[in-house]
Design a binder for this molecule. Sequence first.
Ligand SMILES: Nc1ncnc2c1ncn2[C@@H]1O[C@H](COP(=O)(O)OP(=O)(O)OP(=O)(O)O)[C@@H](O)[C@H]1O
Length: 623
Amino acid sequence: MHFGGIYEDETVGKVYDRRLMGRFFAFILPYRRMLVTALLVLPLIAASKLAQPWIIKVAIDEHIVKGRMEGLPALAAGFLAVIFAESILMFAQVYLLQWVGQRVMYDIRVKLFSHIQRLSTRFFDQTPVGSLVSRLTSDIEVLGEMFAAGIVTVVGDILVLAGIVGIMLWMNVRLSLVTFSVLPVLIWVAFAFRKWMRLAFRQVRARQANLSAFLAESIGGMAVVQLFNREREEAEEFRRLNASYVEANLPVITWDAALYAVVESLSSVAVALIIWYGGGEIVKGTLSFGSLVAFIQYIEKFFSPIRDLSAKYSIMQGAMASLERIFALLDNNDREPEPVPSPEAATGTVRTDSRLTQALPPPEGEELRARMQACKGSPAHALQSICFNDIWFAYKDRDYVLKGFSLQMKRGEKVALVGETGGGKTTVTRLLSRLYDVERGSITIDGTDIRELQLPALRKRIGVVLQDPYLFSGTIAYNISLGDPDALKRVERAAAVVGADRFIRELPHGYDEEVRERGVNFSAGERQLISFARAVAFDPEILVLDEATASVDTASERLIQQGLEGLMQGRTTLVVAHRLSTIRDADRIVVIHRGEKAEEGTHAELMAAQGLYYRLYQLQFKD
Ligand SMILES: Nc1ncnc2c1ncn2[C@@H]1O[C@H](COP(=O)(O)OP(=O)(O)OP(=O)(O)O)[C@@H](O)[C@H]1O
């Protein structure tokens, strides 16, 4: 079962968190003018809401009851004008708030995405992609809702409520007090329901997270599900999760409906109180008929914001939880490594600027000799390019995957790493590109520790062809150049070098042929060739090749082999080889066994030695 438990920690907590809102405010600050304008509109809207019952009261008391027709058309027109003004103001307010909301969401998305882009490979090893996508989409969307219906309009509601209380007290203190006698019950109901709904919401969000995680995995792995006839079981599990989600929603719906009903009943009780007590006052002559009608209208306007409270409440609660998760991600400092200046760089004896920003000019003379000596086992005069110097590395704690691995590569040399699966071959290549940093020892390129280089400068020098060539949706030309203008100029030449041009030219749209997500419309061999062309287009001096484990047919294999030769031409190459037949011509073969170098030599030498390589070769040959 690929499910179980709660995938995400769905914290459902406070409705207002000063710390979170303070940080959130920093995002709103650039748009303060718009926000302030929207806030200025609020009192005007409140005023027009309050004016309407008052106009009715005047119409009844001053005109209808007294039988005076004159002035009534003007009052009716005034009433219309107020309602019209309210609509215009409401439009302006909603537009302004949503405008600010969209801008703020845009800014947070940009900030979050560029933050995620700088996080380390280790972070991505540990974080499900789905949760990052939901940070960028649904969590930010919830913040938008807060603008549409949350904080700011609550301010407006409070204004209206306070205005109504003031006007009612001013009109008739005793009638107001009688009417407000329902308030304690209303406040108790609001608080109690709020607590119950919070608990119910926690369940809903947790189960919703389960449901989406299940869907993401199940749809992503649809081929496996179908090939192994697991549709029925998957559907059964989905039904179970779906039902548990619906079940969690029931209490929320119940509380929501109950809150609505209770508030509605209380407002009816208040109206009944006005009719009973106010009616008596009219009979006694201490209250006008118009005031009674206005009272009833005000009380309706009083209860309607309270009725919406539950909806606003849950939006705010959701927004706080989303903010919490967004800021937690922004606070994650598990960044990609920064360059660490060497002692020489710190003392200014080395051209630090060029070293950190550009491809490094190879050191010469004395400097080169001094640096070479640092590389274990390397003769000082060797024109060495890459040196793995007694490196130790563990993905987790002390669980070392590489244990004192050393390797020197001359410029232009082709070295193949072979060995049993899980031995640490791919890890060696990841350390060279600084996807991870070594724990002990060092890796140098032309004598410079790679930790002293800026990542872009380092990665510009290394072209990596991954085991599973990742293609993006877009054209073939885009996939080869990845949108880089220099690489774009070299697309066709690069494709020709690796022999990819033959199949590309036969496509109906050639280099403009669309690649669908992950390159599903191309064969494994074609995807490999495109990824080779990509490496050539970026023209790196060092090439890292993690050979695909998937077998391709003999014809494709020959194509790929030719492609590889074009690719490796004139570059220092480190190949992780799975098919030993492909690396017979390597300058050197290094056998890695459980994180250590077990053997080293040419194909012929290693075969003659009849050691590990010999046995691996025999095994494959037999297959
Ligand atoms: N991201 C990771 N997090 C934790 N452990 C990992 C990670 N990547 C690899 N490992 C572990 O490190 C060890 C070495 O893996 P590596 O991929 O370097 O082996 P390999 O020799 O390239 O294997 P293969 O020939 O199967 O590709 C394995 O035991 C593997 O389980």
